[in-house]
Design a protein around this ligand. Structure first.
Ligand code: ADP
Ligand code: MG
Length: 642
């Protein structure tokens, strides 16, 4: 089987078992049997009737099961694990002849784990919901015919037909047809997007109208949805800092409890009290506290098209106090348009455009696309360039029919030595004052003219910034490679009061590093390739519009598949809520319950059986508490969605 499809295929099998009665109830058999034999042990006179105490059966089976698992776990981790406390308690109970008590303790431990397992299933459903979005079959062109094949055999390059009402089976590009596609599952945006030839489409999104013929570009695990699913799986394995604290805590915890037991034994000589302490003190709730919260929150985010790469990122996101937003493509649409072309000296406006187009043709920068669009609508023809160089944060350089052509800002061109420098200077100043990005086009040592482009601010940007501030992020700063005048004009439109302009990619990185050095917890939001270093340096790098781009996703801790800026404040709220729930889990259900339980147990108020009950109730509460994160939405989001 093809490597790339593995993740999704496997996951699909996970959610489609052929359920037969035995397999569905198999996991109930063992705890059920233990419970029955325990109940039988309660029947008066059973011992005389059978010649032995039937409570021995659940004690040996349940206790043996727990002891075996604990020994394996201890050998594997080479550390004192919490389960050892329970094993000691079991052996102690058996030794003093309290078979029924030992059986109940064993049953509680096994039953509790079972309940946790069932509750955790809910979390896994989050992934299954996503997996279910992938169609099982696809209509593929084979030898001139549309053939329905399993989605697993579709390969990049295949032509796929998607009819109205169907979900798109691969990531690809439209070749023919027009349709409204609902991408809510991936981007959280519920308005359908119009798709036509050349537009990208993504697996799991819904074709609401019209037939689309597409070329498959990515399949299976490589797709945007496939990567989200992968990240949710991985969240179950990675450990955040809080998790490690809990682990370390557990390591000190066991010796401490053994010490308390020794004291209780020394003072009271009551073995039952010692065993009650051992049972209550097993730190299961503590061990569950963090991973259950992380998995639920990551699942919640995944359903909104947000990829959070693990617990460590989630924890940092909950503590962010400084947010850096890149201007182009993040606060603006990143689709600048040419709004002004001025020729200097003997040059003509047509010349300015064609020379610029020749140099920009191979650039991927949004500014380059704006210039190329203009050149194409004017039906200009241009020479092709050799030796093209993109100078990040400055512009482009290329060799066109033997001339060095440069298109860029004043950092790229040292104005002093060039012809028409005064005109160029004036053009830059005028355009920038009105909030536009101004570029000069130079051929050899002559500035031919200037091109001004303007980008549209995202309609939701101002509202998103307001919510981010309201979500408790005190410092919001706009970063841009653009000049200060343009930058300031945009910043005041969206309500950001701090601007750092004229930044090269490495300067953006330095801003991030400096703020971190001042002790701030910094998140950086960006979209482009040139933001990647800053995204990696930030405590939390957030990539926008990630469904289409790979680079930003690799370097970011959080990736928004869509480009809805309002998702940002929701993710910060979710992260904070997650930290809150994890601390509740630790301090209320683990630490407080344990402290009270140990006090009661050592003073004889709590029997080993009672201790087992309390202990497991606490663990189940932890799991239920964390499960609340699965459905969490910030209040404002609720109010808006109605
Ligand atoms: P931002 O931080 O706004 O995303 P970039 O770092 O991508 O900006 O670019 C910064 C500046 O460099 C632009 O405002 C523009 O002046 C110049 N520039 C970058 N790429 C190009 C290009 N392909 N053509 C012309 N100018 C460019
Ligand atoms: Mg950018």
């Amino acid at each position: 089987m093809h490597e790339g499809t593995h993740g999704i295929v496997e996951a699909q099998h996970v959610h489609q078992p052929k359920p037969n009665l035995l397999s569905r109830y198999r996991k109930w058999i063992f705890p059920g049997f233990l419970l029955l034999t325990i109940l039988a042990g309660l029947i008066p006179g059973q011992k005389a009737l059978l010649g032995f105490d039937i409570a021995l059966v659940p004690m040996l089976l349940g206790g043996g099961f727990i002891t075996y698992n604990t020994i394996i776990a201890t050998l594997e981790t080479r550390r004192i694990t919490a389960g050892l406390l329970v094993v000691i308690a079991l052996i102690g109970s058996a030794y003093v002849g309290e078979y029924l008590a030992a059986a109940v303790v064993a049953f509680m431990m096994i039953g509790g784990e079972f309940l946790e397992e069932i509750t955790l299933e809910k979390t896994r459903n989050a992934v299954r919901e996503l997996v279910r979005l992938v169609p099982e079959t696809a209509l593929v062109l084979r030898a001139g015919q549309w053939v329905e094949v399993s989605v697993e055999v579709v390969r990049p390059g295949d032509r796929v037909l998607v009819k109205p009402g169907q979900r798109i089976p691969v990531d690809g590009r439209v070749i023919a047809g027009n349709a409204a596609v609902n991408q809510a599952t991936l981007t959280g945006e519920s308005m359908p997007v119009d798709k036509g030839p050349g537009d990208p489409v993504f697996v799991g999104t819904l074709n609401e109208s019209g037939a689309l013929e597409i070329t498959a570009e990515k399949v299976g695990e490589e797709t945007a949805l496939g990567r989200i699913i992968q990240v949710v799986y991985e969240a179950q394995e990675r450990k955040g800092p809080t998790q490690r604290v809990a682990d370390r805590f557990a390591a000190y915890f066991t010796p401490l409890i053994l010490l308390i037991c020794a004291v209780v034994w020394f003072v009271t000589q009551d073995l039952m009290r010692v065993m009650a302490v051992l049972v209550i003190a097993c730190p299961c709730a503590l061990v569950l506290a963090t991973p259950t919260g992380v998995v639920a929150a990551v699942g919640n985010a995944a359903r909104r098209g947000v990829m959070i790469k693990g617990g460590a990122v989630l924890e940092l996101a909950g503590r962010i106090n400084t947010l850096l937003l890149d201007k182009t493509g993040t606060l603006t649409l990143g689709r600048p348009e040419v709004v002004e072309i001025t020729a200097f000296g003997s040059a003509t406006a047509d010349q300015v455009v064609t020379v610029a187009a020749a140099a920009e043709e191979r650039s991927e920068h949004p500014i380059a696309r704006a210039i190329m669009n203009r050149a194409r609508t004017e039906r200009a023809s241009w020479d092709s360039a050799d030796e093209f160089v993109q100078v990040f944060g400055m512009g482009v350089q290329a060799s066109v029919t033997g001339h060095l052509v440069r298109v860029g800002n004043r950092r790229l061109l040292e104005l002093g030595n060039l012809t028409n420098a005064a005109d160029g200077q004036q053009f830059l100043e005028e355009q920038e004052r009105s909030g536009r990005t101004a570029l000069l086009v130079a051929r050899g040592s002559e500035i031919l003219g200037g091109i001004a482009v303007a980008d549209t601010v995202r309609p939701d940007a101002a509202e998103a910034v307001r919510r981010i501030k309201k979500a408790g992020i005190s410092q919001v700063i706009m970063l841009t490679g653009d000049n200060p005048a343009t930058a300031q004009a945009i910043a005041s439109q969206v309500g950001i009061d701090e601007v750092r302009a004229n930044l090269l990619p490495e300067d953006k990185l330095k801003v991030v590093a400096d703020l971190k050095a001042q002790g701030q917890v910094v998140a950086m939001v960006g979209d482009g390739v040139n933001d990647a270093p800053a995204l990696m340096t930030a405590d939390v790098g957030i990539a926008m519009g990630a469904a289409g781009t790979d680079v930003a996703v690799e370097s970011a801790g959080i990736a928004l598949m869509g480009d809805d800026l309002n998702t940002l404040s929701e993710i910060f709220s979710l992260s904070r809520r997650t930290l809150g729930i994890i601390y509740q889990n630790i301090w209320v259900f683990a630490v407080a319950v344990n402290a009270i339980g140990i006090t009661l147990a050592s003073s004889g108020w709590l029997s080993p059986i009672g201790a087992a009950v309390v202990h497991n109730v606490a663990s189940v509460f932890v799991v239920l508490n964390s499960a609340r994160l699965l459905t969490y939405r910030s209040d404002r989001a609720l109010a808006l969605r109605g």
